[in-house]
Write a protein that binds this ligand. Structure first.
Ligand SMILES: *Cc1c(COP(=O)(O)O)cnc(C)c1O
Length: 453
């Protein structure tokens, strides 16, 4: 955005004083001075507000559905974050041993944990069973058979209590696919996730594996997830419609109860002024109204309705602070080079994602120069901001890129042997480091010369 308008004020959790950017009540420059750059900085109050908006609006006061909001932790999974999620009373999605391990370290109640993934290993399934996660979402027939066998073995060995109750959902592909502004029904039949709704044979086989009352793992319902950064509430309506009709078809062929429907996540976040995400309260209401209507039309009586927001909880709660290293003019562009890059935010390279930025100590100056912010990695695609306006940047300026709270830290890599930046949580006038900066020693700590064979 060109001119003198202040971009920071488009985002929540920021304020300005004397041309300085404040994150909650602390100047960005002070955080950068103490923690160094690059650094991910989260506003705790914004995280809590986003979660509260989901839990307070996703409640079914009239329809009798028991609702649950599960935080899809792949968006940003650290102990400090999962402690906040626990305090806010949400459930949790994990997709790997590492995410589950972090949840255990954060004392997350395991009955509220849902284990996802399309290629769970034996050790991951054993870990899920041993820790008594509440729900496992199965992706395919091989995985279902593996879980059945493992459960039987663990029962025989006495390492699993037969009175336990772990529920299983089956991920299906409803053929509704949504990406940003468009959604398509009966598309993407070759998705790697889930079993096609039309493949009733496989679906019946999987559910029948978990059909015994005296078995600790039992079939409980279905899961679907139709995409990410979804702006159109109609996409969720279509998903609900297709899922309810599918459940009717399933029930025609099976005597098993379908108690739980998990609709997945994908609620859009606000990255730049071009984005118009559906407000959280509206998306929750749309989903609840649609499910009431669809249940009535199809004579269904589900017990549990779950959603799994990830990005919409964390994206707008963080920015990344970088130091400008240099500025370079090419015939058609002005590059601002910073001390981070695609290793701390791969989304522009991976998804062509857009971000806005500011010079955090020159907030009141006229934004006269069109720039591209690029990182220090050896890839032409190492761009952090494709295009935005800044005051003419200088080496050592502090640059803040907004809305980096989702899939930034969690997708970070060590490319070019750069350390993953630290994470700072700010609350009111206090800031704490929740992930420390990796040292050069950290970068080689697993490098050994050990005899294998
Ligand atoms: C990624 C994912 C989510 C969260 O998606 P967001 O776009 O971050 O809301 C939820 N559920 C499942 C199964 C996912 O794979």
């Amino acid at each position: 955005m060109k001119g003198s308008e202040n971009k920071a004020l488009n985002y929540q959790g920021y304020s300005l004083k004397d041309s300085q950017l404040f994150i909650e009540k602390i100047p960005a420059a002070e955080i950068a001075r103490k923690a160094g750059t690059p650094v991910y900085v989260y506003s705790e109050n914004q995280l809590l507000k986003n979660m509260e908006e989901f839990t307070s609006n996703f409640k079914d006061s009239t329809g009798g559905l028991s609702t649950r909001v599960l935080y899809a932790s792949k968006a940003f999974n650290t102990i400090a974050m999962l402690e906040l999620v626990r305090q806010a009373g949400l459930g949790l999605d994990v997709v790997s041993a590492g995410e589950l391990y972090t949840a255990i370290q954060a004392d997350f109640p395991m009955d509220k944990v849902v284990f996802h993934g399309n290629a769970k290993s034996t050790s991951e399934l054993v870990m899920a069973l041993e820790n008594h996660v509440g729900t496992i979402v199965l992706d395919n027939l091989h995985e279902a058979r593996k879980l059945k066998r493992l459960t039987e073995t663990m029962l025989e060995e006495g390492s699993l209590d037969k009175d336990l109750s772990i529920s299983v959902l089956l991920r299906v592909n409803p053929g509704v696919e949504a990406h940003t502004h468009a959604y398509i029904v009966t598309a993407h039949v070759d998705s790697k996730f889930g079993v096609l709704c039309s493949d009733l044979d496989t679906i019946l086989q999987i559910s029948e594996l978990f059909n015994q009352d005296d078995f600790p793992v039992h079939f409980d319902g279905f899961h679907a997830h139709i995409g990410s950064q979804i702006f159109d509430p109609e996409a969720f309506k279509a998903e609900i419609d297709v899922m309810c009709k599918f459940i009717v078809e399933f029930k025609k062929c099976s005597s098993m109860k379908v108690r739980t429907l998990d609709l997945g996540g994908g609620f859009a976040a606000w990255y730049t002024p071009d984005d118009q995400p559906i407000p959280i309260d509206l998306v929750c209401n749309t989903i609840l109204e649609s499910i009431h209507q669809a249940q009535k039309e199809n004579s269904l009586h589900l017990k549990n309705l779950w959603i799994e927001p990830g990005r919409s909880i964390t994206a707008n709660a963080a920015c990344t602070l970088y130091r400008v290293e240099s500025v370079k003019h090419t015939p058609n562009k002005t590059y601002v080079f910073v001390d981070g890059g695609m290793n701390d935010n791969i989304r522009p390279a991976l998804y062509d994602a857009d971000y806005n930025c500011d010079l955090a100590q020159r907030m009141d100056e006229e934004k006269s120069e069109k720039v591209t912010v690029a990182g220090k990695c050896c890839e032409s695609g190492d761009i952090l901001v494709k295009e935005d306006y800044l005051p003419a940047a200088m080496p050592d300026d502090l640059l803040a890129i907004y809305t980096t709270g989702a899939y930034g830290y969690s997708m970070a890599s060590h490319y070019n042997k750069l350390g993953v930046p630290p994470v700072v949580f700010v609350k009111d006038d206090q800031a704490r480091i929740v992930v420390r900066r990796e040292s050069l020693e950290d970068l080689i700590k697993n490098e050994v010369d050990e005899r294998l064979i």
